[in-house]
Design a protein around this ligand. Structure first.
Ligand code: C2O
Ligand code: CU
Length: 457
């Protein structure tokens, strides 16, 4: 018998496997210091912290129901951990130091290993000193593909972030604990990037259909997004499909940590289409889509809904227990007092300790859970925003449905924007056992007091 080279190599590989039963190799995800051009062309590169050496970090893309395995290797000068935002995950894999794991010390590793139950657009980010670590770049996309994905010409992940850079050196301003930011809207940057690039350009053709997966990885910035030369539908929010795609009209608000999946057609004639951020003093282009040529007119009809995810049934929610969470403090509505470390401190004492916010009178994650739920039970939570700033309230391990002002159920979300002075209700099936954080995703607000938790047992 004649062996060809390929067979010999295979045999050699088989032998070495038999002789050295290697430990299962888990792909590494290194958190490390790296450099990237974040500022416009002509500026120096910025020293960032990243997963795998790039901003955004390594894109993880799996099929619904598959397993994600990554060994976090911490090469940063600080302890860290990874939270898999929006994944209805096994509690021990949730990545919250002090609640579900210990922070991973510099030089150490932690093996993350979990199954993704839902298709959609998710992301991962650091969850230790998040207000600093996420601001330095520790985030990446986690895309879970539907078994039957919609037919599109391009599937583009667009991660929005704003950076606060020194205008001379283009280095990150390291004033993360700045009391003014903490007590106001949070850390807002002076430059906005998409996928770590200022003013990125994509090539498209007229009539192409695009799936845009928008992810807001900013510390505190709320975007009001608009499209020019593109039109279509919102098909998912925070990863979860809408029952009926919503035609895009007006601006689309995207709070920190929120995602939106859009299906859009390139309708512009020629030149450029764009994704635009609408701000008080004008509209700013975030992404340019250069239209080169025309795609075969596929005469696609309206967007069809994405296949649904295995979410729990929300039954008679109108009469279930209502748990109120009051969002307190911040500039202009300064805390009079709140609990910290078992004592009631005055607003002034709290401010000296960098605490400006409270949830139900606690300026820290309390020792008792906000909600102790029996597995599978249905609850309503009411967020009452008594402060003068908006907050993006996020629950770990679960998605919930908004209860709209007419009492009907709105979309599934994992992060809800509660505007100043506003009250918003959600319906939650507490079906994922464990201890879960509930906090504001304006990361400075969370660090300055807006942190709570709930238990499902
Ligand atoms: Cu995306 Cu506790 O966070
Ligand atoms: Cu907040």
């Amino acid at each position: 018998m004649n062996f060809n080279r390929r067979q010999i190599l295979q045999t050699a590989a088989a032998v070495s496997l038999l002789t050295f039963p290697a430990r299962a190799s888990v792909p590494l995800l290194e958190a490390r210091v790296s450099k990237q051009l974040v500022a416009p062309q002509g500026f120096p590169e910025t020293t960032v912290w990243s997963y795998g050496g790039s901003i955004p970090g390594t894109e993880l893309r799996v099929k619904q129901g598959e397993r994600v395995q990554r060994r976090l290797l911490n090469e940063l000068p600080q302890p860290t951990s990874i939270h898999w935002h929006g994944i209805r995950i096994d509690n021990v894999m949730d990545g919250v130091p002090g609640l579900t794991q210990d922070a991973v010390e510099a030089g150490q590793t932690f093996d993350y290993d979990f199954v993704v139950p839902d298709a959609g657009t998710y992301w991962y980010h650091a969850h230790n000193r998040s207000m600093e670590q996420v601001a330095r770049g520790l985030y990446g996309p986690l895309i879970v593909e539907e078994a039957a994905a919609p037919d599109v010409d391009q599937d583009l992940v667009l991660m929005l972030d704003d950076w606060r850079l020194d205008p001379e050196t283009a280095q990150i301003t390291d004033d993360f604990d700045n009391g003014h930011d903490l007590s106001h809207a949070g850390r807002l940057g002076n430059i906005v990037t998409v996928n770590g690039v200022f003013d990125p350009v994509f090539s498209v053709r007229r009539n192409e259909r695009l799936r845009l997966r928008l992810i807001n990885s900013s510390n505190a910035r709320i975007y009001d997004l608009d499209l020019d030369g593109l039109s279509g539908w919102i098909v998912a929010l925070d990863g979860m499909p809408l029952e009926n795609p919503l035609e895009l009209s007006g601006t689309l608000p995207l709070a920190p940590a929120q995602r939106a999946d859009l299906l859009v057609d390139v309708t512009g004639e020629k030149g450029t289409a764009s994704l635009v951020s609408v701000e008080r003093d004008g509209a700013f282009g975030l992404v340019r889509f250069e239209i080169g040529g025309t795609a075969a007119n596929t005469s696609r009809v309206d967007a069809v809904a994405l296949p649904s995810n295995p979410l729990p049934e929300i039954g008679k929610y109108q009469s279930v227990p209502l748990h109120r969470m009051v969002l307190q403090g911040g500039a202009m509505r300064w805390l009079e007092s709140a609990k910290l470390g078992g004592a009631e401190l005055t607003g002034r004492e709290l401010a000296q300790l960098g605490r400006f916010w409270a949830l139900n009178g606690y300026a820290e994650r309390p020792s008792d859970p906000f909600l102790d739920a029996e597995k599978g039970s249905l609850h309503r939570i009411e967020f009452v925003n008594e402060s003068a700033f908006p907050h993006a309230m996020h629950l770990h391990g679960h998605h919930f449905r908004l209860i709209l002002s007419d009492g009907s159920l709105g979309p599934w979300r994992d992060t809800v924007l509660v505007e100043r002075g506003e009250t918003r209700q959600i319906a939650l099936v507490a079906d994922n056992p464990g201890d879960w954080l509930l906090h504001c995703h304006m990361l400075g607000h969370a660090a300055a007091g807006m942190m709570s938790w709930f238990r499902v047992s």
